[in-house]
Design a protein around this ligand. Structure first.
Ligand code: API
Length: 284
């Protein structure tokens, strides 16, 4: 089975075109994403036909769980479509995802600008099980939500980009944050019935935020597009940044725009690293 390996800001994926074939995708994702016994990736993506859009995308995390959306994966899929001229030379296209329709523009310099949908803030949309006190929130950003992690009180803001994000703003450099210890616990905290992605963010100035990410179903990644979007949205609502912000991740920088009401726009590049053939048939 042929596959293509792609990356964007160091978030890497194997992409398959199943051509109508059905497989145990969660198990195959677990298998193919393994860094030693497999091809190695943060996720497995499928490019599929769609009746509502140019193509449909499915994304499975390295642990086999299926996610609603993946910002970097979306950009990688669009880059794959452009390089392989699956839509000729069209520079605008639409992709159907579990989180809804997403639209993209491809620029001549290789940048790809995608919609990331409208951010959601209601407790049931995150979802967060422990109802925060409604008088504080009623549809506004749930900020300073307290989590007790190994006797450390971690305050997070909660944003859904179709997938859940818990964001901790800190004043120290993000490199000093114990992301492995804290992120692994936040991901599976009982407050999040669907688990959550976790971002630690340090505001550099009104246009730049430094971020590290512990991804649901993956662990620490070098970049996360939906995470970058969620951080930019929360930071704007909290008054830290304006409507356009650069999110500096360990694997690279993404641009996020949000007018405060409608769709978030995410801009970055993507790269095909290699194509390969999957020859293994046994499961780990
Ligand atoms: N781990 C994420 C999916 C991948 C998101 C990330 N790679 C991105 O670029 O948005 C989740 O389970 O919600």
């Amino acid at each position: 089975m042929k596959f293509t390996k792609l990356q964007s800001v160091g978030n890497d994926f194997v992409l398959l075109d199943p051509q109508g074939e059905e497989q145990d995708w969660p198990k195959l994702a677990l298998h193919m994403c393994h860094r030693h016994f497999g091809a190695g990736a943060d996720g497995l993506m499928l490019i599929l036909p769609s009746e509502k859009a140019d193509f449909r995308m499915r994304i499975f995390n390295a642990d086999g769980s299926e996610a609603e959306i993946c910002g970097n994966g979306l950009r990688c899929l669009i880059h794959y479509i452009a390089v392989n001229k699956l839509l000729g030379n069209r520079d605008e296209l639409s992709i159907e995802t579990l989180a809804g329709m997403r639209h993209a523009q491809i620029f001549k310099d290789g940048r790809i600008r995608t919609t990331m949908g409208k951010p959601m803030f209601e407790a049931h949309q995150i979802p967060v099980a422990a109802e925060p006190d409604p008088k504080h929130y009623n549809g506004q950003l749930i900020s300073d939500f307290p989590l007790n992690i190994n006797n450390r009180r971690v305050l997070v803001s909660l944003v859904s980009m179709g997938n859940p994000h818990a964001i901790h703003f800190c004043t120290k450099p993000v490199e000093e944050f114990p992301l492995g210890e804290v992120g692994s616990q936040v991901e599976i905290h009982k407050a999040f019935p669907k688990r959550t992605n976790f971002e630690v963010a340090n505001i550099l100035d009104t246009e730049h935020i430094k971020v590290r990410v512990w991804e649901r179903g993956v662990g620490e990644t070098l970049g996360c597009g939906s995470g970058a979007s969620a951080v930019a949205v929360a930071a704007q609502i909290l008054g830290y940044v304006g409507k356009f912000v650069y999110i500096k991740l360990p694997g690279g920088t993404l641009g996020v725009e949000w007018d405060g009401h409608d769709d978030v726009y995410l801009t970055g590049k993507a790269e095909i690293i290699y194509t390969g053939e999957w020859l293994k048939d046994e499961i780990i």
